[in-house]
Write a protein that binds this ligand. Structure first.
Ligand SMILES: [Zn+2]
Length: 197
């Protein structure tokens, strides 16, 4: 199971504090609800593309001694199963879908065409349910469609705050869970591994 690392800071600051297993050790298990602090259980690595970082980061794992399941602590600036950081995806979606009328701010960060189209497709499919979920955090604004409304609500809430609420509170992925995963992000039976995009 993946939960969010309650960490606010840059990628570099995240990397620097990662060697201390106590800094964010969960005090209880989110899966079986045992009230024991979890045991540090190594790391896995994943690629990350951020505005000022392109490389591999480690993600810390903990083990619950009661149910013997692992929990990984995903930093808040990344989205599960996506290589690019939340801010890179946010900048791109805002530039391409929200600011398309204004020329000055409309240049999206450079990126492979296919990847940008993939995000846009996923965001469009997800927009209506995002509007419904985010109504718990911010007032829905008048907008021509769900895509514009969802983007405006994300801007009003802050993307990281919205992501934290969606992921931790309602197990909703900002761009939708990949095919093959159950709605709450747990791996469904008989699924093939979803490649990060
Ligand atoms: Zn447990």
């Amino acid at each position: 199971m993946q939960i969010l690392h309650p960490f606010a800071g840059s990628v570099q600051q995240y990397i620097e504090q990662l060697d201390n297993p106590d800094s964010c050790r969960p005090g209880h298990c989110p899966q079986c609800l045992a009230k024991h602090p979890l045991t540090a259980h190594g790391f896995y690595t994943r690629t990350l593309i951020d505005t000022a970082f392109d490389g591999v980061i480690r993600v810390r794992r903990y083990l619950c001694q009661t149910c013997q399941r692992t929990v990984s602590l995903l930093p808040e600036f990344v989205l599960a199963y996506l290589r690019s950081s939340l801010s890179v995806i946010a900048l791109f979606l805002i530039a391409r879908l929200l600011l398309t009328q204004t020329l000055s701010n409309a240049a999206p960060p450079p990126m492979p065409y296919q990847r940008g189209q993939f995000w846009i497709r996923r965001f469009r499919a997800q927009a209506e349910s995002l509007c419904a979920a985010l109504a718990a955090l911010t007032k829905p604004t008048p907008a021509p469609d769900f895509v514009h409304r969802a983007l405006t609500m994300l801007q009003a809430t802050g993307w990281v705050a919205a992501h934290r609420f969606l992921f931790a509170g309602v197990r909703c992925h900002l761009l939708g869970w990949p095919r093959g995963l159950a709605p709450d992000g747990r791996r469904a039976a008989f699924s093939s591994a979803a490649a990060p995009a």
